[in-house]
Design a protein around this ligand. Structure first.
Ligand code: MTE
Ligand code: LUZ
Ligand code: MOS
Length: 751
């Protein structure tokens, strides 16, 4: 089935938050911030702004009826700065007026009295000053202290990876109004409607049942709207409550870039020990996560870094500690991979360093250490159905790694200005929210008297195609044409207490709940057919219910009407929770993931050593989709994830100055991959696997894992740089931009 949004998207008919029909009297809101990263705030002077033409009201913390608090995991973040400013871009209040333009003009008239305080932007500095978001976590297995003595090679190093701007095409925003009983309705561009509902209730001082959140679709989220869609919706709701009029707030791109958090930068110290035959015997890592000024999702992201710090490798002795460091930057947040990519980057840097020191190719070390069934991850989960070796072999032999090596070597011998590089990149990503409590979902299904069907779940469509998959599930179980099924918006009145659509688990969790709901309805129909007609083996196909014994059938519409006349319920609300998973944080051991997703990529690049610029010639991937529900949708996820990962590793460079001011604050100063920078060839092969039962229809989650193939881009570039300048002492400092590459190409060896 083609993506059900495809046609409307290309015709520009799809409705996003800002496209919603505006109610009479709608006002607009623009948040204001202060040009300082850290300061004691004495007074915000709003009079002049208040008197500007078209301005209805300027809100500050004093106007909040409930709590000035939006922190999710830890209550450490005010909606509006009150006594202190903690980052450049922190919102101090809201200008509300009859047009966005009027609000922007008035915003310039806001004055504040504050005393600047020193700003910390570096996580290692923050750690040295005990500025932490939460206590450190350590994952351990075996005994590294003992293991070092049996290692033939011990290598230490440091790896730094930078943040990443989500750059969802639709910026953050919401549209809110008050209903007759004082309850609020909010159209929000969020991945987590329940988080928005809960926070609005808290800040406005309302019970949750008086807050309705409705989400049709997002123009991209990528994790940036898992937690950080909330404040804008709260502001719109607050403004609606204070003015009594509908209020729309849609961030300008530059406001969005300055005010919202990004992927967490990490700085990591590592130590890796190997035997003569390249087995990794021990690995130690200390992660310094740059959390920004408030917790947001940082503690959960920190945890996933530890879960994935050994990537697809089995290492018997591991000790990994992660510190969440509080800095004066916008609170960093979820971004595709959720800390996993940063954990994997460090071990790949360790392997690359070890390979160079030992004098082997990185892929020889990678290949010698892939996880297999029966191995245990450092967090205690015993590995079942490992596809690491399977995907590695299928990729390296199917795509001819030996030929790639041969071609690259031959090219590099005969070219001076241009050098080629390649890397093999295996991935292994755990599926489930690492917080076990979050792994549940519900679905509501109504079959109407005419046989048409409407489905509601907690899944938020953000371009990943989850609604298409949900529609496939319902139409398949009922055996009706897809045109008979409609997927409704995500709404907190229809589906309550939801987890965000995140952790790549949207299709699994909501799809499973939907399956239960549809099957509860067909079970009632089967009972009816047995009682009325004696049919004992009924299937639903091609718009009919057919008895496989007698070969008699009844049309779907007729059956629905019959059931209705018999006073049988045509609706179901079903609940699903992932079985088997658990995690004990006191021991840091358990079985947190329903299953793992595997795959292997070969990345090839050509580097222009005169300019430091490069082109990716080819990325070839063998990916473990399980039993894919929709090949086209899933292929789109792999291609998009890969390119986003390449962007993170190579060109997307977030720059704050020492005062904590964002310099890469627009699309003129922040470069994302475009059509010219995507690999010239992307080939994706499906690994033939049956898929686990805990995946929806045995189709493995695909949203986040492919981003991590992008790591290979970094190491392919490094290979090409070393081909030109074999002696260079080069650090691991992603993204590997042309400037940094140029520096390394002409770096003199340390003597
Ligand atoms: N694909 C598109 N087109 N847009 C997005 O915002 N978000 C990614 C991934 N793919 C995203 C996307 C992220 S971060 C996640 S967690 C998953 O989609 C969420 O959807 P799923 O759980 O249905 O896979
Ligand atoms: N969000 C979350 C996530 O709350 N927990 C997770 O484990 C997770 N993993 C990936 C992306 N978002
Ligand atoms: Mo995705 S980072 O789980 O929203």
């Amino acid at each position: 089935m083609i993506n059900i949004d495809a046609l409307n998207h290309v015709q520009g008919k799809s409705i996003y938050m800002d496209d919603r029909e505006e109610l009479k009297g709608t006002l607009y809101a623009v948040p204001f911030d202060f040009p300082v990263a850290h300061a004691r705030l004495h007074q915000i002077v709003t009079d002049e702004a208040q008197n500007c033409p078209g301005i209805v009201k300027v809100l500050t913390a004093a106007d909040i009826p409930g709590e000035n608090q939006i922190g999710g995991i830890i209550p450490d973040e005010p909606l509006f700065a009150e006594h202190e400013v903690h980052f450049w871009g922190q919102v101090g209040g809201l200008v509300i007026g009859t047009s966005e333009h009027a609000c922007r003009l008035a915003r310039k008239k806001i004055r504040a009295n504050y005393d600047p305080l020193p700003a910390v932007t570096d996580p290692r500095v923050a750690k040295s000053k005990d500025m932490l978001i939460s206590p450190p976590r350590t994952f351990r297995c075996g005994d590294t202290a003992q293991a070092w003595s049996s290692c033939d090679h011990i290598i230490t190093g440091r790896a730094d990876s930078n943040g990443q701007e989500h750059l969802y095409i639709e910026t953050q925003g919401a549209y809110a109004w008050i209903k007759e009983d004082g309850s609020v309705y909010v159209a929000s561009s969020t991945q987590g409607p329940t988080a928005v509902q809960k926070t609005i209730a808290k800040v406005l001082g309302l019970p949750m049942h008086k807050v309705e959140i409705d989400t049709v679709r997002l123009g991209g989220g990528f994790g940036g709207k898992e937690d950080q869609a909330t404040p804008w919706a709260v502001m719109a709701a607050l403004a609606a409550k204070v003015t009594g009029r509908p209020v729309k707030l849609a961030l300008h791109r530059m406001d969005d870039m300055r005010m919202t958090g990004k992927r967490h930068p990490y700085s990591t110290d590592f130590r890796i020990g190997l035997s003569k035959d390249l087995k990794i015997l021990a690995y130690e890592a200390t992660f310094f996560q740059n959390a920004g000024a408030a917790a947001d999702l940082s503690p959960a992201i920190l945890e996933r870094t530890l879960f994935h710090c050994t990537n697809a490798y089995y290492i018997p002795n591991v000790s990994a500690t992660a510190w969440s460091c509080k800095t004066n930057l916008p609170p960093n947040t979820a971004f595709r991979g959720f800390g996993g990519p940063q954990g994997k980057f460090a071990i790949e840097c360790a392997i690359a360093t070890a390979a160079r020191v030992i004098g082997v190719k990185p892929h020889e070390i990678q290949s010698a250490n892939l996880v297999k069934d029966g191995d245990t991850f450092p967090y205690g989960q015993i590995i079942k159905n490992a596809e690491a070796r399977h995907s590695w072999e299928t990729c390296t032999s199917g795509f001819g790694l030996d030929e790639v090596i041969h071609e690259v070597d031959a090219f590099n011998r005969s070219n001076f200005r241009f050098k080629k590089g390649y890397a093999v990149q295996p991935i292994c990503f755990g599926i489930s929210f690492t917080n076990t409590m979050m792994n549940h979902a519900r679905a509501l299904v109504h079959v109407y008297q005419d046989g048409s069907v409407v489905v509601s779940t907690a899944a938020v469509e953000m371009g990943q195609g989850v609604n298409t998959k949900l529609l496939q599930i319902a139409s398949d179980i009922f055996g009706v044409d897809p045109s008979r099924v409609r997927i409704e918006s995500t709404n907190t009145l229809r589906i309550a207490n939801t987890s965000p659509t995140a952790a790549s688990a949207g299709a699994d969790l909501n799809g499973k709940a939907l399956t239960l709901a549809c099957e509860a309805i067909t079970a009632r129909f089967k009972d009816l057919l047995r009682e009325e007609l004696g049919w004992t083996d009924v299937i639903f196909r091609h718009g009919k219910a057919t008895d496989r014994v007698s070969k008699n059938f009844i049309m779907w519409e007729e059956l629905v009407l019959k059931a209705f006349q018999k006073r049988i319920s045509l609706s179901e609300h079903a609940h699903y929770y992932t079985p088997e998973i658990f995690f004990d944080k006191t021991k840091e051991k358990g079985h947190p993931f329903a299953y793992h997703v595997y795959g292997t990529a070969i990345v090839e690049v050509t580097l222009d050593c005169l300019k430091g610029t490069y082109e990716f010639d080819r990325v070839r991937i063998v990916h473990d989709f399980g039993n894919s529900m929709n090949h086209d949708v899933d292929l789109g996820q792999v291609e998009g994830g890969l390119v986003q990962g390449i962007g993170w590793m190579t060109m997307e460079e977030i720059v704050y100055n020492d005062d904590g001011k964002l310099l890469s604050n627009a699309l003129s100063t922040y470069k994302v991959p475009d059509i010219y920078s995507v690999p010239k060839v992307i080939e994706v092969k499906h690994l033939e696997t049956s898929g686990p039962d805990l995946a929806i229809r045995k189709s493995k989650a695909v949203g986040e894992p492919p981003l991590m193939y992008g790591l290979g881009a970094y190491f392919a570039l490094r290979h090409a740089v070393l081909a030109f300048n074999p002696e260079a002492e080069i650090s691991f400092d992603a993204p590997y931009t042309p400037e940094k590459i140029f520096r390394d190409l002409y770096k003199k060896p340390v003597t």
